[in-house]
Design a protein around this ligand. Structure first.
Ligand code: NAD
Ligand code: DAU
Length: 358
């Protein structure tokens, strides 16, 4: 069959496709590329939700497999059964606060899981690496924290500070080591903070939208001076598409929005959008802002220099932040059932543990 499955389509394994970014990537690939069969491997942890992909049910070029990337037998079997040619690896434990309270799950999934996938790729592709690719999705947090000025480039040294970012840094090193040692064709991208539909409401923007809507305090860590560089999730999915198809093997691409915001300024703007959408008096939602104990090891500032992907692959973010935020707020207001289902059960327990003593 030399590289194609029985339907004559190239099989691509996307891990973590039921999560926030993964679901946008899966949808883009399934809808845009009829010539691929997309295999979505996801464990469906608290962060994974098949509702995110309900519109793809019945698509002939899409399969979902429930499973753990750390399960060697399952992963090896998947590579052989589906004749996997390329991998886009997004599955991870992704929330910094959870990594502070429970680091081991991050070590297991983010480090061990990545190695299980690399080993399976190495075994399955041992006869030839032609037309094979292992694309690892990573984060700007591996570079550590910036001061008031400067940007992360692809040459910035790694300096992770949280168990999450240290586990992602470790997985990046392992991916590159498997290229250098065994010749596996790899590419890595490191992206800044994403926002948009389907993000689990443990992350700042959806958590704040949910709390404002329910008139609950909006927790801002420390003094709110920390800076993040925000990118709309579909712009990240477009960048992933480009890197997957046109990125050079063994290269790294930084992806970011040129869109830095202090947390407190972002939350104030979000409050004002929510006032308008909910017909509240201007300033009403901002009364919910509550400064709480800072995150341990809280990085001051992240900001990406996305010059390389812009110059070499022609990518630029398509949305202004104001428009992206409007779209995001509209999505959460129009999808109350989604929010209700993901905030029942485990979420309540997580929320009270995370915030009650702050
Ligand atoms: P997410 O937490 O929303 O989704 C993670 C997905 O991985 C979930 O569907 C979950 O069920 C699945 N998963 C977790 N452990 C698994 C396991 N052991 N086996 C199989 N599946 C498992 O995460 P996200 O925000 O969509 O992030 C996706 C990737 O992008 C991660 O690798 C993250 O490090 C990276 N990233 C995220 C951001 C961001 O702002 N969210 C920015 C840059 C990079
Ligand atoms: O930079 C990319 C990273 O962005 C990704 O790799 C991570 O997976 C993703 O979770 C995100 O990490 P952050 O820690 O930057 O995102 P989070 O939404 O958790 O927090 C954003 C900022 O807001 C950060 O400075 C902490 C602050 N914060 C967060 C929460 C949840 C608050 O002030 N209050 C909160 O309740």
């Amino acid at each position: 069959m030399s590289g194609q499955n029985m339907n004559n389509k190239v099989s691509i394994l996307i891990t973590g496709g039921a999560g926030f970014i993964g679901s946008h990537v899966v949808r883009r690939f399934v809808q845009k590329y009829a010539q691929y069969t997309i295999i979505n491997l996801d464990k469906l942890t608290y962060a994974g939700n098949l509702e995110n992909l309900s519109d793809l049910q019945g698509s002939p070029n899409y399969r979902f497999v429930k499973g753990d990337i750390c399960d060697e037998a399952l992963v090896e079997n998947l590579f052989h059964t589906h004749d996997i040619h390329k991998v886009i690896h997004l599955a991870a434990e992704s929330h910094v606060d959870r990594s502070i309270s429970n680091p081991m799950e991050f070590i297991r999934t983010n480090i061990v899981g990545t190695v299980v996938l690399l080993n399976a790729a190495r075994n399955a592709w041992k006869n030839s690496f032609a037309d094979r690719l292992f694309y690892h999705i990573s984060t700007d947090e591996v570079y550590g924290s910036l001061g008031e000025t400067g940007l992360f480039t692809e040459d910035t040294s790694y300096d992770p500070h949280s168990p999450y970012s240290a586990s992602k840094a470790s997985s990046d090193h392992l991916v590159r080591a498997y290229h250098d040692t065994y010749g596996i064709p790899v590419v890595v991208s490191n992206c800044s903070n994403n926002y948009g539909p389907n993000q689990f409401p443990e992350k700042l923007i959806p958590l704040a939208i949910h709390n404002i809507l329910n008139n609950r305090p909006v927790p801002v860590y420390g003094s709110g001076e920390n800076v993040r560089d925000w990118l709309y999730v579909e712009d990240h999915a477009a960048a992933i598409d480009l890197v997957f198809h046109a990125g050079k093997v063994a290269e790294t691409y930084n992806i970011g929005g040129h869109n830095e915001w202090k947390n407190i300024d972002l939350i104030r703007m979000l409050c004002s959008v929510m006032d308008r959408k909910l017909n509240r008096q201007e300033g009403e939602s901002a009364k919910l802002i509550t400064f709480v104990k800072d995150r341990a090891g809280h990085d001051l500032r992240y900001a990406i220099d996305a010059g390389k992907i812009e110059r070499e692959l022609g990518w630029t973010p398509s949305l202004q932040f104001e428009e992206g935020l409007e779209r995001t707020v509209d999505w959460y207001l129009n999808n109350s059932e989604w929010i209700r289902s993901v905030t029942s059960g485990e979420y309540t327990e997580y929320y009270s543990k995370q915030y009650e003593h702050r």
